[in-house]
Write a protein that binds this ligand. Structure first.
Ligand code: PMP
Length: 282
């Protein structure tokens, strides 16, 4: 497994960052996670769009998009993994610890690459279980920042409860998203998902699903819904780069529909895999 550290590729164990990296001390960093299928990175340009946006929103000094893309492709090629997961992290830079930052810092650009560890087949076939948790995250969840402590705590709480993931619900009873995924419900044959606001991450898989639904003539509504609609949905699924389309069949120990993987979820998973593989050369 390889790492990229400011222009150099090396074994992961050899890559270290200075202790005064602002990403380390303040969570002042952003990230992306891109995966490949059959030797081709899936929706790379969309991931680069989001990466640039995250950096812009946090007013990082720019790294040229073309340089980022070149580095990603070089690491990907060197790894030789046809089904790779690339973690990309950019921090504002390294400086003596001070909440205030100066302009003209050199952002620190690091990556790791590994073969994708697929989710267990049983989870995809039988569906996953989730708990709901209070959304304790900050007000700019649309920025893909490395401040993930609430996400880590929620995920661990789910595992400790014998479940697979947690779903964030706001104080005002708005169902937001998973700990590392977006959430859709199926109700009366149409999909409903949270609109793009500051409270959720604009997922690339979410975007892919919206496109797939448009082509397939499946109705999608981007609107807010509460926990009653979540419990009462016919189907619930999560979307994400590794998650892909993951059915959720129990939430807070209540069955969703008949507690089995639903037909729309199944169809969308197949269509997403098809798109991911069609986007790759033969
Ligand atoms: N929401 C959150 C909070 C996430 O961390 C992720 C995964 N990065 C997603 C949604 C899904 O985004 P994507 O489809 O781009 O992987």
């Amino acid at each position: 497994d390889l790492a990229y550290l400011n222009g150099k590729i090396m074994p992961i164990g050899k890559a270290t960052v200075p202790i005064e990296d602002r990403g380390y001390q303040f969570g002042d960093g952003i990230y992306e996670f891109v995966a490949s299928y059959a030797g081709r990175l899936f929706m790379l340009e969309e991931h680069l769009d989001r990466l640039e946006r995250s950096m812009g929103e946090l007013t990082f000094d720019a790294i040229a998009r073309e340089d980022i893309k070149k580095a990603i492709l070089e690491l990907f090629e060197q790894s030789g993994y046809p089904r790779a997961g690339i973690y990309i992290q950019i921090s504002r830079g390294v400086a003596p610890r001070n909440h205030a930052f100066s302009r003209g810092m050199s952002p620190q650009f690091v990556m790791t690459i590994r073969a994708v560890k697929e989710l267990p087949k049983s989870l995809r076939e039988n569906g996953a279980r989730a708990i709901t948790v209070k959304d304790l995250r900050w007000g700019r969840c649309d920025i893909k920042s490395v401040q993930l402590v609430p996400n880590c705590l929620a995920k661990q709480k789910a595992l400790d409860a014998g479940c697979d993931d947690a779903i964030f619900v706001s104080d005002q009873n708005v169902v937001r998203e998973g700990t590392s995924s977006n959430l859709f419900i199926v109700s009366d044959g149409r999909l409903i998902t949270h609109p793009l606001t500051h409270n959720i991450l604009p997922g690339i898989t979410r975007l892919a699903i919206l496109g797939i639904c448009h082509s397939a003539g499946i109705e999608v509504q981007e609107s807010f819904f509460g926990i009653e609609e979540l419990y009462g949905a016919d189907e619930v699924f999560l979307t994400g780069t590794i998650t892909e389309v993951l059915p959720i069949v129990r939430i807070d120990d209540k069955p969703i529909g008949d507690a089995a993987v639903g037909p729309i979820t199944r169809r969308l998973y197949a269509l997403l895999r098809e798109k991911a593989l069609a986007d790759t050369p033969a």
